[in-house]
Structure formats: C-alpha cells, structure tokens
Write a protein that binds this ligand. Structure first.
Ligand SMILES: [Zn+2]
Length: 57
C-alpha cells in the first residue's frame, strides 16, 4: 500500500492535493485550489515539514 499524505489548502482547509513521496530537495508546489480557487504555494521538504503559504490575487 502506498501512503498518501493529504495536503490541505492553507486558504480553505480543503484537500489541495495528495502526495505519495516527500522529495529530498525542497520543492514548491503552486496550484490552484479546486475548492476555493485561490492560488496557493505549498513548500514540501524532506523532514516532512510542510510549510504552506498563500498568494492572493
Ligand atoms: Zn482552498
């Protein structure tokens, strides 16, 4: 079984996306939330720290 981590949207708290593997290098994932339609930027790092930031437009 693959473990999926649910990444919540920092804006509305709904599910933004699921990630199965946290990358070794820090990555920024920018996406449009399917629920609130805000552009959110989510930082994923190897320490399993997920830092969430938003940019409102
Ligand atoms: Zn949202």
């Amino acid at each position: 079984m693959s473990k999926m981590t649910r990444i919540p949207c920092p804006k509305c708290g709904g599910r933004a996306f699921d990630i199965s593997k946290i990358p070794k290098e820090r990555i920024d994932v920018a996406l449009k939330c399917p629920r609130c339609h805000n552009i959110v930027t989510i930082e994923c790092s190897s320490d399993f720290k997920i830092k969430r930031t938003t940019s409102c437009k």
